[in-house]
Design a protein. Structure first.
Lengths: 344, 172
């Protein structure tokens, strides 16, 4: 009986609040009701129309508030509808942060998984990590031999080669991304060359897929891998591998056991620089990727610019930032920041 | 030259070709007679350069970015409410930063190869933190004009210059 009384009070309060908000909106044109409805709609789709419709019908209704509200919209008979209001009540909420991890609170406040088509964010985060890892690995495999060549080339050629690495470094990211469109589009340079060589019969779809995104990201981030590697290879004392070889090690063995371990800090630095920057990539996947190649930054942009849901954009940014922090902490754990002392 | 050395050269030159090819592809396109980023070129022409040098829009910005430079803050404070008081100086600023920052990063890493990892994450952290602080201050000082932005940029530049004079002058 007491519970029924509490519910009656809740319905009465809702009806009263809705009437008041509607009257105020009509007087001042502020649109508070629409703002509240938009926020609740982010929690339960359908609230955008449910709240104004209930307010409109309740405004002219007679009789006990509970019956009036339920007659206006039967959704108010479900506990989840009230749960959305409770979740949006305070000045502080974990709603967006949980949503960015495909979690939500039910009406009792317990954590539950978001189901079905709304559960996308964990997949996007994993995809972002996966693309970044792929790009980092490709940069390392391409960059290490190049850095070795730069560090050991004769003085006549070293500046020329270094200029070849630095020139794209100084070119705008957008220009380089656009250049990949020119190369990879259906009538692009690569397709034309393959057609002329007779290797393919019809143009291939090279753009708007994962391969194009990874290729362009490797192109853009490669200098960030090469430069720290170059610095650490230059730092090797040439007497050490020479000593290994004079003691009988084959050149490849001297490289694997002496030179490569000495360049580990450079490998760590390059991988960290490339991976962290890759995590935040936005323009390149947006221009070269398909719908399944977009990374977290794209959704930050989407929520900030198009959906005008800044809470969600901020929550996604925070999760991206936390991921970067985690990667840096992991690096400190595995490679160690104590090398600062070694150098000093 | 050993076989391994030759393979290293071949691989390195291929990777540099990969780095330069997209830029090489873009340069001839600026001479294209067509309006799309498309090969083969429908014809060679200087129309885009002509557009650039004939247009008050582009030429104005070019001239101003060459002439106005560091006067951004002064112009903004003087209340010049024209876009060219803001855009070209900032274009110059961003252009200069784009040239400076990667080079500075590489230069700063070179003497400390053993600490490169810590140094690069430290630089990233400082960049992030400074960005967060400056944008917070900017947001607080925002008055609907470009003044806070221009002032901050000018102060940061003066600060960097003073820092250099104080600590590094004659030592580098």
């Amino acid at each position: 009986v007491r519970l029924t009384g509490a519910w009656d009070a809740a319905f009465a309060a809702l009806a009263e609040d809705l009437r008041e908000a509607r009257a105020r909106d009509q007087q001042t044109g502020r649109g508070d009701l629409a703002r509240a409805a938009a926020r609740l709609n982010a929690d339960i789709p359908g609230f955008r129309s449910l709240l104004p419709a209930t307010a409109r019908r309740v405004a002219n209704a007679e009789g006990p508030p509970r019956e009036a509200v339920l007659a206006a919209a039967p959704e108010w008979g479900e506990i989840e509808t009230w749960g959305a209001i409770r979740r949006a009540a305070g000045p502080v909420t974990d709603f967006n942060l949980l949503a960015a991890l495909d979690l939500k609170r039910d009406a009792t406040g317990a954590l539950t998984q978001v189901g079905g088509e709304q559960a996308i964010f964990r997949g996007i985060l994993l995809r972002t990590l996966w693309i970044s890892a792929l790009v980092t690995l490709a940069c390392l495999l391409l960059g290490y031999p190049l850095a070795w060549l730069l560090a050991t080339a004769p003085p006549r050629w070293a500046p020329v080669l270094l200029a070849g690495v630095l020139l794209p470094f100084w070119t705008s990211l957008i220009v380089r991304t656009a250049a990949w469109i020119v190369l990879l589009q259906r009538e692009g340079v690569v397709n034309a060359a393959l057609l002329n060589a007779g290797l393919i019969a019809s143009p291939m779809q090279l753009l708007f897929n994962r391969g194009a995104v990874v290729l362009a990201m490797v192109h853009i981030l490669l200098p960030f891998m090469v430069l720290p590697l170059y610095a650490s290879i230059r730092g090797i004392d040439p007497r050490l591998p020479r000593a290994a070889m004079s003691l009988g090690a084959a050149p490849w063995r001297a490289f694997l056991r002496v030179s490569l371990p000495l360049t580990l800090p450079g490998i760590g630095a390059g991988c960290l620089l490339v991976f962290i920057q890759a995590l935040g990539f936005y323009v390149t996947p947006a221009l070269l990727g398909g719908p399944n190649d977009q990374m977290v930054a794209y959704f930050v942009g989407f929520y900030a610019n198009r959906a005008v849901n800044w809470g969600m954009a901020a929550a996604l940014s925070l999760i991206l930032l936390a991921t970067v922090g985690l990667v840096v902490a992991l690096y400190g754990r595995l490679v160690g920041f104590q090398r600062v002392r070694v150098a000093a | 030259m050993t076989a391994a050395r030759a393979a290293l050269w071949a691989f390195g030159v291929l990777v540099i070709a990969f780095l330069l090819a997209p830029i090489a592809v873009m340069v001839p396109l600026s001479f294209s007679a067509g309006a799309f980023l498309y090969y083969p070129l429908p014809g060679l022409s200087l129309r885009w350069y002509q557009d650039f040098f004939a247009s008050e829009f582009w030429l104005g910005s070019l001239r101003n970015s060459l002439a106005v430079g560091g006067a951004a803050a002064a112009l903004a404070w003087a209340g010049v409410a024209h876009w060219w008081a803001v855009v070209p100086p900032f274009a110059l600023l961003l252009f200069a930063s784009a040239l400076l920052i990667p080079t500075a990063t590489a230069a700063a890493l070179t003497p400390f190869p053993a600490a490169a990892g810590s140094a690069s994450s430290l630089m990233g952290a400082i960049g992030f933190t400074a960005g967060a602080l400056v944008s917070t201050l900017l947001g607080a000082a925002f008055d609907g004009t470009a003044r806070p932005m221009a002032t901050t940029a000018a102060l940061a530049g003066i600060g960097a210059f003073a820092f250099h004079r104080l600590f590094f002058h004659g030592k580098a």
